[in-house]
Design a protein around this ligand. Structure first.
Ligand code: TYM
Length: 374
């Protein structure tokens, strides 16, 4: 039985029941039939899609219909720069990159430094600087320079403000309260902020002076904003933005305790800037194991990959389906030990991070090619 859980843009706790979220949020399941349709356009499917790590959507079918009719979509995703980027944040960006590569389309990437200033105890200057520091990670993912537009809300508000006002005027406090759970003690900045996060759903249409379909790849915690955006879209004369929603990369100590990982608790996550030694230490020390207490018992009874965090992480980072299946089977039978599956993950992550960190260094020279400013 799944215990109670919470999923909001500002809090994720407990063992998330993703099917329940589909019902509660009123989204649709990513079906094999829909994936087949997508594959007709792309030739193959990313492992996040094959494994239904991206499990829910709104209007993805409509995006494909528009494509068939010759209307190309733009992508929109983002980051709240509250500190260092961890591997969970990278997951939606990898999904987004796949869509950009396959469809050669524009990406709008919003840095909500305003939001982080409003909800965290952090100075304005610090969150604003973190936007540019985190942008290095975004660039390191490998997005196309000429088609990727990254912006800090604080520094790009002049362009966004008119649209934010239009959205805000069409959204009552009662709707915002129902969607975001605001109370009398919420500061008035954060009550206005959701209007700002909806802006990039409509900004390309505004800038190009024609309606442009938008697809947002992000994890399911951001869904509240899209409900609000879809509510006002037609009233403002725009298309409703479409979404594809991902699951969370669990915290190292497992979903039961912490839900998704938290950058403020070092022992729950791997940062993109961690050294190979730090990665190994964290995985070995903290990653929750579904293995047995002793080697003898493990060999006899086998492990439980379904609750084993190293295995769960490999479903995100091991692209080869056959290798992953073998790891699953060997872990379950007891042929593969806890220490061994952990080392497989350490090697996989360190390989990924080596490339990422090199690209992140190079990004320092080209960051201005990506940033929009007023
Ligand atoms: P933020 O910075 O909390 O998260 C950035 C992105 O990472 C996703 N995410 C995760 N995905 C998988 N596993 C995890 N453990 C995990 N933790 C976070 C989030 O869903 C998000 O996609 N307000 C937003 C910034 C934003 C945005 C957007 C995000 C502005 N516009 C459009 C997505 C789409 C924020 O604070 O994200």
């Amino acid at each position: 039985m799944k215990e109670d859980f919470i999923v909001t843009p500002w809090e994720v706790k407990g063992d998330v029941d993703y099917n329940k979220l589909i019902r509660e949020f009123g989204t649709e399941e990513v079906t094999d039939k829909l994936l087949e349709r997508l594959k007709n356009h792309t030739g193959d499917l990313h492992h996040f899609l094959r494994r239904k790590i991206y499990f829910s959507h709104r209007d993805l079918g409509w995006i494909l219909t528009k494509l068939d009719q010759g209307e190309k979509f733009h992508l929109y995703t983002g980051r709240g720069p509250s500190g260092k980027v961890h591997l969970g944040h990278i997951v939606p960006w990898l999904m987004t990159k796949w869509f950009q590569d396959k469809f050669d389309t524009h990406l709008w990437f919003q840095m909500t430094d305003d939001e982080k200033f409003l909800i965290k105890e952090k100075p304005l200057e610090e969150v604003n600087e973190t936007s540019y520091e985190n942008a290095l990670d975004v660039i390191a993912v490998g997005f196309k320079p000429k088609k990727t537009h990254i912006f800090s809300d604080i520094d790009y508000i002049k362009t966004q403000y008119k649209l934010a006002l239009k959205v805000a005027k069409k959204t009552t406090f009662s709707t915002a309260k129902a969607i975001f759970g605001f109370t009398d003690s919420s500061n008035i900045g954060i009550i206005f902020f959701p209007a700002v996060q909806t802006v990039p759903c409509f900004l390309p249409s505004e800038l190009y002076e024609k309606n442009i379909p938008i697809l947002i790849p992000a994890s399911i915690d951001q869904d509240n904003y899209w409900r609000m955006a879809r509510d006002v879209a037609e009233k403002l004369g725009y298309y409703k933005p479409a979404q594809i929603h991902g699951r969370f990369l669990p915290g190292l100590q497992g979903m039961q305790d912490e839900g998704k990982m938290s950058s403020s608790v070092e022992s729950t996550c791997i940062f993109t800037t961690d050294t190979p030694e730090e990665v190994e230490k964290k995985i070995m020390k903290y990653a929750f194991s579904g293995g047995q207490a002793t080697v003898e018992e493990h060999r006899k009874l086998g492990g439980n990959p379904d609750i084993d965090v190293p295995y769960q992480w490999l479903t995100f980072f091991e692209e080869d389906d056959r290798k992953l299946k073998k790891i699953y089977d060997d872990y379950k039978s007891g042929a593969l030990l806890t220490g061994e599956i952990k080392m497989m993950l350490v090697e996989k992550l360190n390989h990924f991070l080596k490339g990422h960190q090199e690209r992140r260094e190079k990004a320092k020279d080209v960051i201005e090619d990506f940033m929009l400013r007023d």
